[in-house]
Design a protein around this ligand. Structure first.
Ligand code: CP
Length: 316
């Protein structure tokens, strides 16, 4: 039997450029796909809150004609992941049972599950998504796991291509301060996807904030943010907590906030952020609301990216 296909990371897609083109083409002809997957069913499970991912993925499925049910698993619903455990504590269901049962009712399953940010090895094993993919008999969509956010990255590449077409670009991923410890998933994933496009990629952050080497191997690292911004075409800003001193906030240095003065160093770059964003902590209102900010186009593209992914998985 063929292995079940899933949408887990950039590695789930053979030709990234062609897939981005396909998603943009679907966006242009969006209504022609309406109802084409009538009769299919999708279960979405959220172990963490979401605005964009929840609405865009559910509406995308519904526009395609799919019946959707979203479940919140944010409180009091704990699943066992480990094999062979005596389940006499607080976890009432094993993930392999849940995955196989949900597969009986659904044609596709979508899961959001953030990292705990305490145990790096456990987080980077990405057990919730990996176990779902292992035990489900239908395709699984990653709606942001401990280490990847591929629906966001597909959206990001669509937005960049819409702005610049086939032009080769200098793309900068910049760390910015944040009062809470945040996951590395958006940044990891963005680097994984953008590094398959042929653009020049620079990552800039304070020295203590290196990302996992697997994601930065093909990037230039620049610890001086202003030098990194020089001649950039794309500024993608995101906070992440430390990878090496795992899950910790080591700096809230406000001098890393993105502002108009720094954007003026660029080649009239577009400004990107996945949202939600802390205004005037991560980035100033002046940049967020400027005519080079593409944050709402980026968020809007989540709908079309989700449609492309669901359509791809259910038509394989
Ligand atoms: N960008 C993103 O995934 O937003 P949500 O957390 O609101 O889904």
């Amino acid at each position: 039997m063929d292995k079940q296909a899933h949408f887990y990371s950039a590695d789930s897609i053979q030709d990234i450029d062609a897939f981005v083109d396909q998603a943009i083409a679907m966006k242009k002809n969006t209504t022609s796909f309406n109802g084409t997957l009538q009769g299919k069913k999708m279960t979405l499970i959220f172990f963490n809150p979401s605005l964009r991912t929840r609405l865009s993925t559910e509406f995308a499925a519904q526009e395609l004609g799919i019946h959707t049910i979203s479940m919140n698993a944010t409180e009091g619903w704990k699943w066992e992941i480990d094999e062979g455990v005596i389940m006499n504590l607080d976890k009432a269901e094993h993930i392999k049972d849940a995955a196989q049962v949900i597969s009986q009712y659904s044609d596709v399953i979508a899961i959001r599950s953030f990292p705990g940010l305490k145990d790096r090895d456990a987080d980077y094993r990405d057990e919730m998504l990996q176990n779902f993919m292992e035990h489900a008999s239908v395709p699984v969509i990653n709606m942001e796991s401990s280490i990847y956010h591929p629906l966001q990255s597909l959206t990001d590449l669509m937005t960049i291509k819409e702005a610049f077409g086939e032009k080769k670009l200098k793309v900068v991923l910049s760390w910015a301060p944040h009062p809470k410890a945040l996951p590395q998933a958006v940044s990891n994933s963005f680097l994984q996807w953008i590094n398959r496009t042929g653009h020049d990629v620079v990552v800039t952050h304070p020295e203590a904030y290196d990302l996992a080497p697997a994601f930065t191997a093909n990037c230039a690292i620049e610890y001086n943010q202003q030098d990194a911004f020089k001649d950039a075409d794309v500024i993608y800003t995101k906070n992440w907590s430390s990878y090496n001193t795992y899950g910790q906030i080591l700096s809230e240095d406000q001098s890393w906030m993105v502002n108009r003065k720094k954007m003026a160093l660029t080649n009239n770059a577009i400004f990107m952020h996945c949202l939600p964003v802390r205004r005037n902590v991560v980035v100033t209102d002046g940049v967020m609301d400027s005519d080079r900010s593409v944050i709402y186009q980026q968020a809007g593209n989540r709908l079309h990216a989700a449609k492309a992914v669901i359509n791809h998985l259910l038509n394989l």
